[in-house]
Design a protein around this ligand. Sequence first.
Ligand code: A3P
Length: 317
Amino acid sequence: AKENGDLFSKSFQDTTSTLPKGNSWGFPDHLLQYHGFWHSSVFLQGILSAQQQFQAQPADIILCSAPKTGTTWLKSLTYATITRTSYDDSTSPLLSKMPHDVVPFMELDHAHFSTHRHLGIPVLATHMPYSALPKSVTDSGCKIVYICRDPKDSFVSLYLFVSKYQKSQNMQTFNLEEAFEQFCQGVCCYGPYWDHVLEFWKASLEHPDKILFLKYEEMSDDTILYVQRLAEFIGCPFSSEEEEKGVPEKIVKMCSFENLSNLEVNKNGKHRVGGTENAYYFRKGKVGDWENWLTPEMAARLDQITMQKLSGSGLTL
Ligand code: A3P
């Protein structure tokens, strides 16, 4: 395995040495542009490895998202929905494990340890753009659930996550205005944000039975409705008996920001990826918090880019 690893890193270096380099928001290594999207070297390595190794099964469910759009929430809701006959809101592993630790992340967990294909339930997550998904994902016809969010809130969430991490590592924190400029130019992990969203949006229009396209804001508005849709889409709809017993409500409550963010594991636990704390994944969980961070000019600029990029697509954010 070590030999394979060495060969892989040699071919990784060959593949990436000529890629365009982009601003890395204050981190030492540049972002690399690969097939139109910006990636950190670690995640790009994970993407290439997953593209080579990952074998999707038709029954798989792949949770897809750009960073900071509600991935943690979607993982918890999907996990709780799919495991509801084994656990309830007093026995769920979600009460003692971080959502990222019950649904593996393809670029890290699977790519490096292919035995970690999934943890007992056929659900995996990735931030890969649609065009970068391993071919077996699209070929197998497995189900994909995508979540996106108002780019203003995604940007703020991303910026504050990065700053928190940089502070914890005694690094200089990256400047908000500069990060904003990079985000607008599409230079951020897995960016351009709009291209990420659009690829999944278009694919969901072509394959509505295979791709469920969700928005954070709509989910916040009526989480129960969307959990019912999610359950139906992934092939385990709530029975009328379950609905009468309030099972969807219980799942929504257990996975709510208030509940998850107050659990010991999510308050004080460490994430398995170097130096990140679980608490970083639970900041505020509100729609429209961008108002506290962006000037009206910044907001107008992002809205303008969003309008231009999405124009003609039928999608609004
Ligand atoms: P904010 O920074 O705006 O609070 P991701 O999971 O993709 O990394 O996205 C993180 C964002 O989702 C953060 O947004 C975080 O607070 C929010 N979030 C985490 N858990 C949530 C939950 N259970 N319900 C709603 N939002 C949640």
